[in-house]
Design a protein around this ligand. Sequence first.
Ligand code: TMP
Ligand code: ZN
Length: 423
Amino acid sequence: MQGSYRHDDACRVCGKEDLADIVSFGALPLANGFIAPGARDEEEETYPLDVAVCRNCWLVTLRQVVDPARLFRHYVYVSSESDQIRDHMRRIVDLGTRQADLAPGDLVVELGSNVGTQLGLFQEAGFRVVGVDPAANLVEKANERGVESIADFFGPEPASRIAERHGRASLVLGRQCFAHIDDVHRVLDGVEEVLAPGGALVIEVPYLLDLLDENQFDTIYHEHLSYFSVTTLRHLFALHGLRLVDVERAPVHGGSIVVTAVREGTGREPAPSVTGLLDLERESGLTDEARYRRFAAQVERVTGRVRDLVQELAAQGARVAGYGAPSKGTQLLMVCGIGERELEFCSDTTSLKHGKLLPGSKVPVCSPEEARERRPDYYLLLAWNYAEEIIRKERAFLEQGGRFIVPIPEPRIVSAQSVKEPI
Ligand code: TMP
Ligand code: ZN
């Protein structure tokens, strides 16, 4: 059953109709649409998933846009409580404070504020905070913990309401949400509305360069409409009178960039990090269609290798399960054609997911406690962005002869022997 969506011929950033198709994943269910056990036999809605690149501003984009209300009004993604993310959020407080030159009591506005974990840290550091997120269920949680949050899609109206009630924001922050946003121009109109004249906009997105270099094809799914480089973000910000002045790479979500923009006219010049990454992107072929053709070929090859490896192990009688049930894990299983026959279950720390089935592959999700009892021979590491942390945590599993299959950039097996030194 096909769900409804909009098909795009124009680039979301620059508006030009000059998109080159790169790779098509066929029609797939939504990666975050976990299925209640009672609904397992109901037909799932599917949507085509086609990736293209803009030959003008080099945005990598999906051709299809699923209604955001369908995707984000009730959202099961809760920002991770992992050590890695907690450390990163602390670093973002330092970075935001530095980039926006924050003084005690200044206002910090976050878009896509989820359950308010990041803003809670800004609040503890002595700043006033307001969050905006379309997911009413998550906003309720944020308000319960004392982080003032509004359930809405960010844009000029919520922005001017915030400005009226709280004044202008010295820092506007958007962590890992820009890739989800269809009308990025409306969001940046909102930023123009609420940002103080000398304030800073700090945006964190997964980095296209890392996606291509590490072959992270599983991070491509319907929720992620855009895949950004510094080249494209600079172009986008300039259309809104904002100048990209700094960028840092961060090791989260498989490799991200944290970019800072300020209003044109503040006189602030781009830091060397900006020109450094613009050069690197050009040298790496991000502004050349051929690079994307190579990526498509690599996706084809690696998905085949992952499928063959898991199917061979299962055929030999090995018990294989998934470690983590992130959206990209759902996506990886669907794209590689791995399902219930090969995987017994996926373990995940998110209680909202327990007892549900993964969309497409229909693999059931259970708690880490249950997984420990059922102990498979192999874990396919679907949450590969936490590989170090997970392998360290699962030392006992490895020492008892358990193994991890790390699927990307190329599938490899990790055993106690291959982790010789403590990480
Ligand atoms: P994320 O990459 O979008 O943060 O999602 C990671 C998923 O992996 C999330 O559903 C939680 C899960 N997870 C585990 O099950 N165990 C772990 O040790 C970690 C770090 C994450
Ligand atoms: Zn474009």
